[in-house]
Design a binder for this molecule. Structure first.
Ligand SMILES: [Zn+2]
Length: 461
């Protein structure tokens, strides 16, 4: 790679910089830093991004932007470790359709070989987005990245609604570059984000770059929505202060939001040494408690909550198979006993009986489940009821069997697989997850008579 621009990095290199970062940590008594905004992506893509900065692409707002850390991937991760960064992210983002799924595949691999990187995934408004977002969540993604300016899409795009719903219910944070700095885009600024939050008020958006230059408008959203956070990436630095200064009058609000501000840096794509971001935070003079929360504690808290939610999700998906598996095991044991007693005929009959029982009790006999937002969308189009169910529920099984072949004409949502579906059921049943809950023309009916449901299908087109 030809290095045609020389970065203004300390001539002694990251080694002495690590020393400075260590001193910053020691002043605060922090065991380490957590950086929620660092870029790791396939080398080919990252080099393209660097070329773009070198060519003063529109993303830089025409500014000279010398990248400070151009080392190879493994070396870059080691620099962060030398800085005492205990956890970081792989902020990757697509600029066109068909790219997000591929990036997510790379990210699974990267997270596997980089245990201190929080498994990161991304998304784009395109058909199939909900499916690959779900796949990424099931594969262990702990944070998502969205780039409204580079992607040039409206974050409130209809195609993204099911994905936002899913991420909101799963409690997974989304670091979103949505401010109009350093360069505005067609859909940047607080207004499209306000529309997303109006529909998904629990969505854990982390507004990148403190929302610069619309700092105060994004503060307003964070003050209104308790799950909205902001990352510090590039904010308050000499570089940014020259053209998007942080308004001094907003300092008290920044102090008050101290439990929802997270350290982010844009490493390695920063036009100054890493430690400058830390000093820029320090010179805000908001106190050591504020700094400790921002540089470490807030992220620990956030990702602990994400982990708890993820474990709950995996457990609920697994428990669907416990009963059918037990039935298969029991049947096999009884059949083995009968065979050793020389009764092969009875063994076959018993085994078949248990297999049927296992099948009926497994999610397999139900039509393929879709997400709640998708089911609602389809139901709005074809007028057919939505059935919220869960595996192992006798009343759900009864409904499924009594509906016979007509079952396929309904929209089925497994609430153990779909947190948004579980939320719909709780809302309809005073907080209880009572199933089956059948929604006909927007009205929920808890455990309705299967005959009545049949009539609803025949009366719908
Ligand atoms: Zn970034």
């Amino acid at each position: 790679m030809d290095d045609h621009r020389v970065a203004p990095v300390d001539p002694a290199g990251p080694r002495t910089e690590a020393e400075e970062v260590r001193r910053f940590r020691e002043r605060l008594g922090l065991p380490g830093l957590i950086d929620v905004h660092t870029h790791f992506m396939p080398e080919r893509v990252l080099h393209k991004v660097w070329d773009y900065f070198d060519a003063l692409g529109p993303m830089t707002g025409g500014l000279e932007w010398p990248i400070t850390y151009r080392q190879e991937e493994a070396e870059r991760a080691d620099i962060l470790r030398a800085f005492g960064v205990r956890a970081f992210t792989a902020m990757l983002y697509p600029h066109k359709p068909g790219m997000a799924r591929w990036l997510n595949g790379w990210a699974v691999d990267f997270a596997r070989r980089t245990p201190d990187c929080l498994h990161t995934a991304t998304l784009f408004p395109e058909p199939g987005v909900e499916a690959y977002v779900r796949e990424a969540v099931e594969a262990g993604a702990r944070v998502f990245k969205a780039h409204v300016q580079v992607g040039a899409y409206d974050p409130a795009d209809e195609l993204l609604q099911p994905a936002w719903g899913l991420l909101a219910e799963a409690g997974i944070p989304v670091v979103i570059h949505c401010g109009s700095g350093p360069a505005p885009g067609k859909h940047t600024g607080p207004e499209p984000i306000a529309r997303v939050l109006a529909r998904h008020p629990r969505l854990r958006l982390v507004v990148a770059h403190m929302g610069m230059p619309e700092y105060e408008e994004f503060f307003g959203l964070a003050e209104r929505y308790g799950e909205v956070r902001l990352d510090t990436t590039m904010a308050f630095t000499d570089f940014t202060e020259t053209f998007m200064p942080f308004p001094r009058r907003a300092l008290p609000r920044l102090a008050a939001l101290g439990d929802r501000v997270l350290l982010g840096t844009d490493f390695p794509n920063l036009p100054y040494p890493y430690v400058h971001q830390l000093h820029a935070l320090e010179r805000l003079d908001l106190g050591e408690d504020w700094l400790r929360a921002v540089c470490h504690d807030n992220a620990v808290e956030l990702f602990r909550a994400v982990k708890v939610a993820a474990v709950r999700l995996t457990r609920s998906m697994m428990r669907a198979w416990v009963l059918p598996l037990l039935l298969v095991l029991c049947g096999s044991a009884v059949a083995a006993g009968l065979i050793s007693a020389g009764n092969a005929g009875a063994a076959t009959a018993v085994l078949l009986l248990f297999l049927v029982l296992a099948g009926v009790n497994s999610p397999l006999i139900f039509p393929r489940s879709i997400s709640a937002p998708e089911a609602q969308r389809r139901s709005a189009v074809d007028g057919r009821p939505v059935v919220y169910w869960r595996p192992g529920c006798t009343y759900c099984m009864r409904l499924r069997i009594r509906l016979g072949r007509g079952a396929r004409r309904l929209h089925w949502v497994d609430i153990w697989r779909d947190p948004a579906g579980a939320a719909v059921v709780r809302a309809a049943n005073d907080g209880n997850e009572t199933v089956p809950t059948v929604v006909v023309a927007g009205r929920p009916h808890t455990n309705p008579d299967p005959e009545w449901v049949r009539e609803q299908i025949s009366s719908s087109p």
